[in-house]
Ligand binder design. Structure first.
Ligand code: UD1
Length: 458
């Protein structure tokens, strides 16, 4: 396979904004790409940002409160910007300063989050629980489909229905109203058929202001659920059992002001551990919660590298030669689906065979084709990827298919021979704060440049 860029592509990349990765004055007809020149070894410490998935759920959770909320350690990401736009659209006043966000949701109205925004961010659907709990009625557009699978919201809807809401879907919009003459939802026993992160968050948030006790069985146990519960408790909510499969929430009448820091992003941290492993580099990460990284650390150790936990908020990766390992994605505390693509990039260059099985989402192996373009030896069978490690990858133009896939391609590019051009950065920018800057700080050779959109689309 010819992995080289066409002459036109090369010329475009050379001539357009060659000397600088600054955003050009007009970006019309241009798209950003990341050029990665492989082979540099990395060294140093990465500062890990606040957790995107925690931040998004907690931002939705601020709708529960009619006092001021301050969130700290908020990552600077496109998804966070979108969530800010959605909150603004429903009447929330926001003031952002660095990683701090002041939120005043006193005067939220009935206005609906615009479909254009909701369709770009699945997590925006999470506003349905808090809005219904606070107002007794709400309309939220259904989130659009997603590259990694169908991602229905039936478990969210069934939970709200069990708590006394009439829920109907009309013209792509979910209309939810508390049944009868009541304004408040009623506590209920809800068993989730699958420990969905989003559904657990929706029901937990709705239950904080419901009348009586709600018990969520087979709840998701992800650290982001615990962070959301901690946030709700900091406003006076009564929640127990978060971090286990049974969460109990005793509803209260109102919640009060809070000032809350978001936990560090375990997926970003694991992504950098993969960058260290694939480039055989020693790197350390700070701040992290090592427990949140248990499955990633265990898997990396099985693959060869040493991972040393240095105190309560720092880990260090010490490189060793890489060997294959099998991975199956599972709900927490199993191996996270959000780390699957990045680990696959490392396994592609690890000695021996590996099998990666994706069980959480039905269509999350699209990065295989892009890794193959770089010379990886991977075959897909059903929801498994069978990988035979190769000693070299070669740089190629590649297309991001989703957020974590885009990080996997950057990581593969760090270890590949020559230049990799990663396109489709709208995915990467959703979830990685300044990934180029952080990698460059470790010594990686990469930069963002603007190229004509049509030249790289094909
Ligand atoms: C969250 C994370 C995402 C992560 C995922 C799984 C956020 C913003 N996103 O997404 O990064 O990959 O958890 O760890 O926190 N499902 C249903 N019906 C529902 C809800 C989910 O069938 O009502 C299915 C989904 O299609 C999927 C599986 O359950 O196959 C897991 O989804 P879920 O845990 O809900 O993921 P999200 O909350 O969307």
């Amino acid at each position: 396979m010819d992995n080289s860029l066409s002459f036109r592509e090369e010329k475009a990349i050379k001539t357009i904004h060659e000397a600088t990765s600054a955003t050009p004055q007009s970006t019309e007809g241009l798209q950003p790409v990341i050029e990665v020149y492989g082979g540099a070894s990395l060294r140093g410490e990465v500062r890990v940002s606040g957790a995107k998935n925690s931040a998004l759920a907690i931002m939705a959770g601020t709708l529960l409160c009619s006092d001021d909320c301050r969130l700290r350690n908020l990552p600077a990401l496109a998804d966070i910007d979108r969530m800010c736009q959605i909150l603004s659209a429903i009447g929330v006043k926001l003031r952002r300063s660095g990683d701090c966000l002041d939120i005043d949701a006193r005067d939220i109205g009935q206005s609906q989050a615009p479909y254009e925004l909701v369709s770009q961010l699945r997590a925006s659907f999470f506003v349905i629980g808090p809005l219904l709990a606070r107002l007794g009625t709400t309309q939220v557009p259904l989130p659009g489909g997603c590259a990694i699978g169908a991602r229905p919201v039936d478990l969210h809807v069934r939970g709200l229905h069990a708590m006394g809401a009439d829920v109907r879907i009309e013209h792509g919009v979910v209309h939810a109203n508390v049944r009868g003459n009541r304004r408040r939802l009623t506590g209920a026993n809800i068993y989730l058929d699958y420990p969905s992160v989003g559904a657990t968050e929706t029901i937990m948030m709705a239950a904080t202001l419901a009348e009586g006790e709600t018990v969520i069985g087979n709840a998701a146990q992800e650290p982001e659920i615990v962070d959301l519960a901690n946030f709700c408790r900091s406003m006076g909510a009564r929640i127990k059992g978060d971090g286990t499969a049974t969460i109990m929430i005793e509803g209260v009448e109102r919640l009060h002001a809070t000032d809350f820091p978001i936990i560090p992003d375990r997926i970003e941290a694991a992504t950098f551990l993969c960058a260290g492993a694939i480039t055989h580099s020693e790197i350390s990460l700070f701040p992290v919660v090592p427990d949140h990284l248990s499955s990633a650390i265990a898997k990396l150790r099985e693959m060869g590298p040493e991972v040393v936990v240095e105190g309560p908020d720092r880990v260090r990766l010490i490189p060793k030669s890489l060997r294959g390992a099998d991975i199956e994605t599972l709900p927490y505390p199993g191996f996270p689906t959000d780390m699957q693509a990045q680990f696959m990039a490392v396994l592609a260059m690890s000695e021996g065979n590996s099998v990666v099985t994706e069980t959480v989402f039905e269509n999350r192996l699209q990065h295989v084709a892009e890794l193959q373009r770089m010379g990886a030896n991977i075959k897909v069978k059903g929801n498994s990827a069978i990988i035979q490690g190769v000693p070299f990858l070669s740089g190629a133009p590649v297309m991001s298919t989703d957020l974590r896939a885009s990080a996997a391609l950057v990581i593969a590019g760090l270890a590949a021979e020559g230049k990799t051009v990663v396109q489709g950065l709208k995915h990467l920018d959703r979830g990685y704060e300044d990934i180029e800057g952080k990698l460059r700080g470790l010594g990686a050779n990469l930069r963002r440049v603007w190229v004509p959109a049509e030249d790289t689309a094909g």
